[in-house]
Design a protein around this ligand. Structure first.
Ligand SMILES: [Zn+2]
Length: 69
C-alpha cells in the first residue's frame, strides 16, 4: 500500500491530520482529497441520474455530461 494514499478520482496525494502521540504520529481525520473529489463524486452521481448517455467519471471530468445525445 502506497503512503500517503492517492485519490482514486484524480490521483492527488490525500491529506489527513495527524497528532504526535509520543511513539509516533496518529491519524485523527479521514483521508481527504485536496481537490475536493468527494464533492465531485457527488456531482457526478447527480449528473448520471439525468444523463441519457452514461460516461465514466474520467470522461465526465473532461467533458461534462451530455443531455442531448
Ligand atoms: Zn481527488
Amino acid at each position: 500500500m502506497s503512503y500517503p494514499p492517492k485519490c482514486k478520482s484524480c490521483g492527488a496525494k490525500m491529506e489527513a491530520e495527524f497528532v504526535d502521540i509520543g511513539i509516533g504520529m496518529d491519524q485523527v481525520t479521514d483521508w481527504e482529497c485536496p481537490n475536493n473529489c468527494g464533492y465531485l463524486e457527488w456531482q457526478y452521481e447527480q449528473d448520471m441520474k439525468i444523463a441519457k448517455v452514461k460516461v465514466s467519471f474520467d470522461e465526465w471530468l473532461k467533458k461534462g455530461v451530455s443531455l442531448n445525445e
